[in-house]
Design a protein around this ligand. Structure first.
Ligand SMILES: [Zn+2]
Ligand SMILES: [Zn+2]
Length: 335
């Protein structure tokens, strides 16, 4: 199915099947998901996508059976990939050579990153670049996972986008037992985040609008507390030390900054495209990340082996002052 004009219907089209380059795969799509990003692209609400990309095949969430492998390929765990395997693949295509890819191993930050179904035209090489088609061409550098036999592709497909994003957010926030986590937005990203945070032993509160009552009920069934996002005061009074904005709007980002406890963490995985300006008037710095003066006494480039501070640190310096007992009303965080 081709998107050849914004705000128009997807149109069926017949395209030739490309000959894979060494390491490339042709994959027969078993299931494809419809993400909020797909709707934003189709309705031209994503300013990153312009006419030059059209026509394109949408769909970045996919699971499929390997049809052809050109040469030998192994998946992330070193298992060989062969025709008939049910696989998922990394939707991001990265260069593998830049500092982010090769040194930091943070491929999602690669400045050359492309995404199947989002940033590749059907005019680009190998043209089968999205999941809303019978087949997709998976490039030689794309990471793969061969799924165990018997898995339901439709159940797995959300994990390739919102599930993976939620897992990454929960990992970056280092959520653990004893944490109180507020998740704004009970869509797939929010519910996946809730599931992962619950699995790590956190107390989880999910907030949503009146329109999302059914999804809030699902969160409640999972073991979360729920509240309406209109009740912003309730969110802040819970004093969550982690807030995950899974809604991705300027208003929800502001709510996250309002609600987080001092020293807490805010993650905003819900933002996929520009959302406008976010006021940060309530984000008040109460101290710095310098912790206690004791940290300066540990061996570091600024200390000699005996732990004597060699830098110009002053115990009264403002950069080292920290409120250790913030009042309840000043609980606005240092995210
Ligand atoms: Zn998506
Ligand atoms: Zn790179």
């Amino acid at each position: 199915m081709l998107l050849d004009q914004f705000n128009g219907p997807l149109k069926p089209a017949e395209l030739a099947v490309p000959e894979p380059e060494p390491g490339g795969l042709l994959v027969r799509i078993a299931a494809a998901g419809i993400c909020g990003s797909d709707l934003e692209i189709a309705e031209h609400r994503d300013p990153r996508i312009d006419d030059e990309l059209l026509p394109m095949i949408l769909g970045h969430e996919g699971v499929g059976w390997v049809e052809t492998v050109a040469g030998d390929r192994v998946d992330l765990f070193g298992d060989p990939v062969k025709p008939g395997d049910l696989i998922v693949w990394n939707r991001g295509i990265t260069c593998g050579r830049c500092n982010y890819c090769a040194v930091q191993r943070r491929r999602a930050l690669c400045p050359h990153r492309e995404v199947y179904g989002i940033s590749l035209s059907a005019r680009a090489p190998y043209w089968l670049n999205g999941c809303y088609a019978e087949m997709i061409y998976v490039r030689p550098g794309s990471e793969l996972i061969v799924l165990p036999p018997g898995m339901d592709p439709a159940a797995i497909v959300p994990a390739t986008c919102s599930g993976a994003t939620a897992a990454h957010a929960v990992e970056l926030c280092d959520i653990a037992i004893g944490d109180t986590v507020l998740i704004i937005g009970p869509g797939p990203l929010g519910l996946f985040s809730a599931a992962f945070a619950l699995a790590r032993g956190a107390d989880v509160i999910v907030s949503g609008t009146e329109h999302s009552r059914a999804r809030l009920a699902l969160a409640e069934d999972m073991g979360c507390s729920v509240l309406l996002s209109s009740d912003t005061r309730a969110g802040a009074e819970l004093s969550p030390n982690v807030v995950i904005d899974a809604a991705g709007a300027a208003r929800s980002v502001s709510q996250a900054l309002d609600a987080v406890a001092v020293g807490g963490t805010v993650a905003i995985p819900g933002v996929a495209s520009p959302i406008g300006e976010v006021p940060v008037r309530t984000c008040v710095c109460r101290g710095s990340g310098s912790r206690t003066p004791a940290i300066y006494m540990r061996p570091s480039p600024w200390c000699n082996p005996a732990g004597t501070v060699l830098s110009a640190w002053s115990p009264t310096g403002s950069s080292c002052r920290k409120r250790t007992r913030p009042s309840r009303r000043s609980n606005r965080g240092t995210p």
